[in-house]
Design a protein around this ligand. Structure first.
Ligand code: HMG
Ligand code: MG
Length: 322
């Protein structure tokens, strides 16, 4: 299964920034997104239409979306801007901006050469994480997502559906049932999601557990081309788990420049696997990402400096001789 082409989804502007305590200026967020777009990456998660009381850092996602629709962002490949929306309210807020900016984006109903907009919903594999992250149980969340997915499709938007804590939960430990993950994924695909992103929120995933999960997904009839892997690198296992996922035919991976990130509802979880590390790793395997590693390394050094954080990309630091 597979082929040599790998799609990386840059989640830094959302997953990477959502947990930052200090308000990051809108201009810095926009500069981050615009610089990322010039590296050759094709999908950037640019913001999140969630409650600003829950995640204050994402409060200006509307302005980010407006900017991306109204200004022509330079990019060597066609772009997709992705935004989280956990409920109808979030989608309505996003849809209002789309309606105010007709003709500025490409949709499944009206494909053109403009950037595409994608909506992402996010379920959880355990009841305790669902309660913490979404304030409702799994079944209720799936019913809400069905409405969000159907309304998104009616607007012509591609939909990604995350499932969090698939390889370990901050509250239930390793006690996460891969069959439950497959069941939730099947529900989301039947509701119309175009892609499932499996989140190792805590970074507790190991090679054998990743393999067991992906075997379970395949046994449930879920195609590898419909799956993305979303590894946080808390235990340093993300690239190992990526290698295992490649062997299972997965060709879409989420990562965050500079290794930025952490989930507000997953105590102690660190950032996503660094995009620089991912690009370098794929290159060593002869896989193509289409991404300029040097440019990505520069962005990692710049944004971690802006945030006053250490650069968490070993590859980025090595490339820059830092
Ligand atoms: P709730 O409080 O249960 O919702 O929140 P509610 O419907 O009862 O509404 C309460 C208030 O929130 C109301 O305002 C609503 O209008 C408002 P009030 O009347 O009190 O003034 N509200 C909203 N405002 C703006 N946008 C919205 C929205 N919805 C309600 N969309 C909710 C439920 C899901 C909204 C809340 O729990 C929430 O926003 N949670 C945030 C969760 C989050 O963002 N988590 C981080 C992203 S997921 C992640 O990081 C994992 C991932 O990376 C994968 C992985 O690593 O595993 C994707
Ligand atoms: Mg995440």
């Amino acid at each position: 299964a597979g082929g040599n082409r790998v799609k990386l989804v840059e989640v830094g502007p959302r997953d990477g920034l959502q947990n930052e305590k200090k308000t990051i200026p809108l201009a810095t967020k926009i500069e981050l997104i615009e610089r990322l777009a010039r590296t050759g990456i094709s999908t950037i998660e640019a913001g999140s239409f969630v409650s600003p009381k829950w995640v204050p850092q994402m409060a200006n996602s509307s302005e980010i979306m407006e900017h991306l629709l109204q200004q022509k962002v330079q990019a060597p490949v066609p772009m997709t801007w992705s935004f989280l929306a956990p409920n109808t309210k979030g989608l309505q807020n996003a849809a209002a901006i789309l309606k105010q900016n007709p003709g500025t984006f490409s949709s499944q109903l009206d494909p053109n050469d403009k950037p595409a907009v994608e909506v992402a919903v996010f379920a959880a594999a355990t009841e305790s994480f669902s309660q913490k992250n979404l304030n409702c149980d799994i079944q209720t969340s799936l019913e809400r997502f069905k409405a969000v997915i159907q309304d998104s499709k009616a607007l012509g938007l591609r939909v990604r559906a995350y499932i969090s804590v698939v390889l370990g939960c901050p509250f239930e430990g390793f006690d996460v049932d891969p069959h439950k993950v497959a069941e939730i994924a099947t529900d989301l695909l039947e509701s119309g999601a175009d892609e499932i992103s499996l989140g190792d929120t805590t970074g507790m995933g190991t090679a054998p557990r990743t393999s067991a999960l992906l075997k379970c997904m395949a046994a449930a009839g879920i195609r590898s081309e419909d799956i993305a892997m979303h590894f946080h690198d808390t235990y340093g296992q993300a690239l190992v788990n990526t290698a295992v996922s490649l062997e299972h035919g997965i060709r879409t991976f989420d990562s965050s420049v500079g290794g930025l990130g952490g989930c507000p509802y997953s105590p102690g979880a660190t950032g996503n696997v660094a995009t620089e590390n991912m690009v370098y790793f794929m290159e060593t395997l002869g896989m193509e990402t289409g991404i300029d590693l040097d440019a990505m390394a520069d962005i990692g050094a710049w944004i971690t400096g802006e945030l006053g954080k250490a650069n968490d990309s070993s590859v980025g630091k090595a490339v820059l001789g830092a």
